[in-house]
Design a protein around this ligand. Structure first.
Ligand SMILES: C[S@@+](CC[C@H](N)C(=O)[O-])C[C@H]1O[C@@H](n2cnc3c(N)ncnc32)[C@H](O)[C@@H]1O
Length: 306
């Protein structure tokens, strides 16, 4: 397989440009009190599993302040009441999610996982289904953000797997809580940052340069679809079924242990027997689930449902 020899680094917590202006020191009257912080963090935790540790208070403060400013509200308490007012709750909850989530991602963020998929996992899954009528491989990019992970998989499948197994079809489903990111994923137009790790041959083959950025071709787009899904929503999570591979990378880090256990349990149930789960470089299932068989691949590990 041809890849450029770049280092794949894992960036977990990058601030969004522009937010530096919204810090608590610049606006004295807009301080998030300890009581208010606790109220907000429990509220957010119960809604989506994201848990702001004590040392991330400043981050929550700056992110909520963005909404306070847009809505011209005067305090975090006022915003709490605003979000919770029945008629606008659904709309404002979405705005809240947009403000508090960290959507960092880029193509080929985890090269060893791509290699494990192409060289071992997908061939193994195909082998298992070869003599059955079920010639489809289903992959779920859970917390897909703007789609780079899902499309990276689509690109390697198109390049290395599809030509060898034309009788098989591949379906990649990307889900996220952020509607903005899902819209971006569906649009498939990316900037220089997103393509920084993308091998040049993949860029040339699968993108068109447009005034808006690099647009992914319809050949790749057709492999993937994107739907809104809160990983913390038990009902919707139960509807995710029959996946052969689930990639849930760089999102569990924002959850506390209890939410991690709950989400990983759903991911386990979403997988077919013989399927694999991948998580992020800096994440582990240690202390979260013993249901999977830890499986080693060159420079990475996967979790197999036996
Ligand atoms: C750092 S990005 C990771 C993107 C991609 N998986 C990767 O590794 O490059 C984390 C994503 O998780 C999403 N997220 C956070 N909490 C979520 C939840 N409860 N349900 C679904 N998505 C969530 C965010 O919107 C964000 O797009």
């Amino acid at each position: 397989m041809e890849y450029t020899n770049k280092t794949f680094t894992n960036m977990n917590f990058v601030s969004r440009p522009g937010l530096q202006t919204f810090n608590s020191t610049s606006t004295n009257s807009m301080t998030l009190s300890s009581e208010s912080f606790e109220r907000w963090r429990q509220f957010i935790y119960k809604s989506c599993g994201i848990y702001f540790q004590d040392n991330k208070k400043y981050l929550l403060e700056s992110r909520l302040l963005k909404r306070l400013n847009s809505l011209k509200l005067n305090s975090y308490e006022e915003y709490f009441d605003y979000v919770n007012l029945g008629s606008r709750k659904t709309i404002e909850m979405q705005e809240l999610y947009e403000a508090i989530t960290i959507n960092e991602t880029y193509f080929f963020r985890n090269q060893p996982q791509q290699e494990a998929l192409i060289q071992k996992i997908i061939p193994e899954l195909i082998q298992a289904k070869y003599n059955t009528p079920f010639k489809k491989i289903k992959i779920w990019s859970a917390a897909s953000s703007s789609g780079e992970e899902a499309y990276s998989i689509a690109m390697v499948i198109k390049e290395y797997i599809q030509p060898r197994f034309p009788q098989f079809s591949f379906e990649i489903v990307g889900t996220d809580i952020s509607k903005e990111m899902l819209e971006k994923a569906r649009g498939g137009v990316y900037n220089d940052y997103a393509i920084k790790n993308l091998p040049l041959n993949f860029l040339k083959k699968n993108f068109t340069k447009t005034p808006r950025g690099f647009e992914i071709t319809s050949d790749i787009k057709k492999y993937a679809s994107f739907i809104e899904l809160n990983l913390y929503d038990d009902l919707k999570m139960r509807s995710m079924q029959n996946f052969d591979v689930v990639i849930c990378a760089n999102v569990l880090i924002y959850f506390d242990l209890k939410s991690k256990i709950k989400v990983v349990n759903h991911l386990y149930n979403a997988l077919n027997k013989g399927g694999y789960l991948f998580i992020g470089y800096s994440e582990t299932l240690h202390g979260i689930s013993q249901a999977f068989k830890l499986t080693s691949f060159p420079k990475t590990i996967g979790y197999k449902k036996e």
